[in-house]
Design a protein around this ligand. Structure first.
Ligand code: GDP
Ligand code: MG
Length: 751
């Protein structure tokens, strides 16, 4: 598949080749075409040649020289490249624009050590034709500037017979090189490193020794330098301030092909890394010295080179002043952003699903604690930051630091949200589980008979809840970050556990109160019921009262009051004991007891009212009356005879039973003939009582002042109307019994 939008690139044969995916990098890559356009394929080329990831471990070399001086041929021999060369038969210019290729040669010495540096990139620059200047000069200047701004070594290719021809095309080119270099230095005084001008003298016959050629060339170069009109401030500068020089000569390729190849191979080994004191006089002198010295390296990381080169070319081509520091900062910004994006891809792969899970859990209202969160996101964080540092720290320090902080903030912002969400989930689910666990334990205790230790349950569940929170929070910590700390959240958590415990204890108090009330109610139901049942016996249940002893009904209320206060006091002490066992406060206990007394009184009143229901009471009065009327003093049933004083007995029994009605109608103690001291017994409301505590309480006359009812009224069991009604009905019933007795007496005689 071809990429139709990619610019066409001219091949060696002058055909346009696709720059799509299946690119043909056979001849390297054309960086700048003949129309001075920058080729966007450089990144793909570096990728294909595995240089992108090389960092600073790569080198850039350019070649200069007039057209058809064997530059491309030399590079191909030296570096195994396949730059186009002019065929011997058609003498036509071949190299157009600027081409780049990676060194394909690998030289190793006898100890198997590299004698050529890794990752050498060579730029073959279109030569200038001395005959047609003018239009070409523009490209010549631009390509020289481009090469100077990027290359460590500039190979200057020159025929031996051109040496000393000061007016030759070569010298024009060198003048251009010097001029643009000065221009570059002027703009970037502190940022431009020296370049090495590596002269290769071709077709060296050997008659003139290299030393002489070198001298001649240096003289010419100095002459050119001094002829230049130097910019202000640089008038006194020397050529050696800007360039180092080295010279080699090669034999004639056609006449001495074997020697040519031997010498080229030797020359290749000089393209290795090495150290030569930068203070040594501007020449790399020894014919075996390495030329790839650290001081020449432009320090542009390989992965940023295409962008940098493009930016520089744009500046050059639009005739703008080339400001390298700005270019480097722009490059740093661009690359740091790109690297940020790259490292965030795997980071997102880990973190985004976690964020999604957390958000879903939150919106579903089901707090979820993500397992091993700290380790997972900590690793993702570290990997991202480490890769960023690895890749981006090679760029402009200031920009790198700024972008590093930006990335850290971005990453930490997201992780912090995750971490806090995690703590809040641990908090919420912890509180929830805690209440559930307490409730479950209470339920289990109730099933086993209710004898559970509420205090212990709460303490056990609380410490479990804290341990779990701590371990979940611990597993969420992100190492190396000051923000992943859970101290204050733990405090909040403890506080809420305490609050919830308080609430649960209140509930337990309520349960305890309800149990106590129920107990009182059922006890009273039985015992008070029994007391009322005794009314049914006119002789107090067990025969006639002994001499001087009151009949049972006389002290009915005393016994009920005593029963009542005993029962409640028993319930109170059990309540107190139980409430204290789970740490209820004295206030809470006090309120609980107060409520219990009031509720107990209400229970008693209910029981009394039940007993006082008309039917019940009438039945009891009838029983009471019949007991008196139909049994003799010995408890033996009477058989009526006509002679018996039925009427007298009837009246006595009836009057005696009727006396019960006023007695029953008021709750009062026999000793004082006054109501029991209910108000004192209940006591004043405790200070800590809340409206909620009072909400379900029934008002009690004589106790609650604003109730408007007196204690006497509270103690009135039967109203006057009811009393009279009851008496009337009772009399009717008694009359019935009397008539029946009468009849049976007469009937007995008849029989
Ligand atoms: P470029 O334009 O400088 O790249 O030159 P080329 O490499 O295309 O070569 C131009 C011509 O010079 C070709 O015909 C080569 O065969 C020839 N040539 C290459 N190297 C040498 C050399 O060392 N000596 C001589 N005499 N000719 C050479
Ligand atoms: Mg060429």
């Amino acid at each position: 598949a071809r990429n139709p939008s990619a610019p066409p690139v001219m091949t060696m044969n002058g055909h346009f080749a696709s720059t799509g995916e299946n690119q043909d990098f056979e001849h390297g890559v054309q960086i700048i075409d003949q129309d001075k356009n920058f080729n966007g394929n450089l990144p793909q080329y570096l990728q294909a040649e595995r240089i992108t990831k090389a960092g600073f471990n790569y080198h850039l070399i350019s070649v200069f020289g007039s057209q058809s001086t064997g530059k491309s041929t030399l590079l191909n021999y030296l570096f195994g490249t396949a730059f186009g060369v002019m065929s011997e038969s058609e003498r036509r210019q071949t190299t157009k624009g600027i081409w780049m290729s990676k060194n394909k040669k690998e030289h190793f010495n006898e100890r198997q050590e590299r004698s050529m540096a890794e990752n050498i990139l060579v730029m073959d620059v279109e030569g200038t034709d001395g005959r047609e200047r003018g239009e070409d000069q523009d490209f010549e200047r631009k390509s020289a500037l481009f090469a100077l701004a990027t290359s460590e070594v500039l190979i200057v290719n020159i025929w031996e017979h051109q040496v000393g021809l000061y007016q030759g095309a070569n010298m024009g080119l060198l003048k251009t090189v010097f001029e643009v270099d000065l221009q570059l230095f002027l703009k970037n005084a502190k940022n431009v490193t020296k370049s090495l001008l590596f002269f290769v003298i071709r077709d060296h016959l050997g008659t003139t020794p290299l030393t002489n050629l070198k001298q001649t060339l240096m003289q010419d170069l100095e002459r050119i330098w001094s002829s230049l009109s130097k910019p202000q401030g640089l008038e006194k500068s020397k050529i050696g301030d800007y360039f180092d020089f080295t010279f080699v000569a090669l034999p004639h390729k056609i006449l001495q092909p074997q020697k040519f190849e031997e010498e080229v191979a030797k020359l290749g080994t000089r393209f290795r890394e090495g150290y030569v004191d930068p203070k040594r006089a501007g020449l790399v002198e020894d014919p075996n010295d390495p030329v790839l010295l650290p001081q020449y390296h432009r320090r542009i990381p390989a992965d940023g080179f295409p962008h940098y080169a493009e930016g520089i070319w744009e500046q050059i081509d639009s005739n703008k002043d080339l400001d390298l520091p700005t270019q480097q900062e722009l490059l740093a910004q661009f690359r740091c952003d790109e690297i940020s994006k790259e490292v965030l891809v795997p980071f997102d792969g880990v973190v985004a699903p976690l964020e999604e899970r957390q958000n879903n859990a939150i919106s579903a209202g089901k707090p979820t604690v993500l397992p091993d969160l700290g380790k997972t996101i900590g690793n993702a964080r570290q990997t991202a930051l480490k890769s960023f540092e690895e890749e981006a720290s090679r760029y402009h320090k200031g920009v790198f630091k700024r972008k590093q902080t930006e990335l850290e903030n971005k990453i930490d912002g997201r992780l912090k949200t995750l971490f806090q969400g995690q703590l809040s989930a641990a908090h919420k689910s912890g509180i929830h589980d805690f209440s559930d666990a307490v409730a479950a334990a209470v339920k289990a205790g109730q099933k086993k008979g209710g004898n559970y230790d509420f205090y212990k349950i709460v303490q056990t569940e609380k410490s479990k809840a804290i341990k779990r929170f701590e371990s979940e929070a611990q597993a969420s910590l992100v190492t190396g970050t000051p923000w992943s700390d859970f101290g204050s959240q733990l405090n909040l958590y403890r506080k809420e556990l305490d609050e919830v415990s308080g609430r649960l204890r209140k509930e337990e108090m309520r349960r305890l109160a309800t149990r106590s009330e129920r107990w009182v109610r059922s006890r009273l139901g039985e015992s008070v019921g029994l007391e009322f049942n005794k009314l049914g016996s006119g002789r107090g249940g067990s025969g006639a009262p002994a001499e001087g002893e009151k009949p049972a009904e006389k002290d009915l209320w005393d016994r009920i009051w005593a029963l009542f206060t005993d029962t409640v006091s028993h319930a109170e002490s059990r309540f107190t004991e139980r409430a204290r066992s789970f740490d209820a406060s004295p206030d809470e206990v006090e309120v609980g007891l107060w409520r219990l007394r009031r509720k107990s009184w209400a229970a008693l009143r209910d029981k009394i009212d039940e007993e006082m229901m008309e039917g019940n009471l009438l039945l009891k009065l009838r029983e009471n009356f019949e007991d008196k009327f139909r049994y003799d003093e010995e408890g033996v049933p009477r058989i009526w005879r006509p002679t018996d004083d039925i009427e007298g007995l009837y009246t006595k029994a009836r009057e005696s039973t009727l006396e019960l009605i006023p007695l029953l109608s008021r709750f009062k103690l026999s000793g004082t003939s006054a109501p029991p001291p209910l108000d004192a017994w209940i006591g004043t409301p405790p200070e800590s009582v809340t409206p909620a505590d009072e909400e379900d309480l029934h008002p009690i006359g004589g106790v609650d002042e604003d109730e408007g009812r007196s204690l006497d009224e509270e103690m009135t069991v039967l109203s006057d109307g009811k009393r009279q009604d009851l008496a009337t009905r009772f009399k009717k019933t008694a009359d019935g019994v009397y008539v029946e007795a009468k009849r049976s007496a007469i009937g007995g005689v008849t029989q």
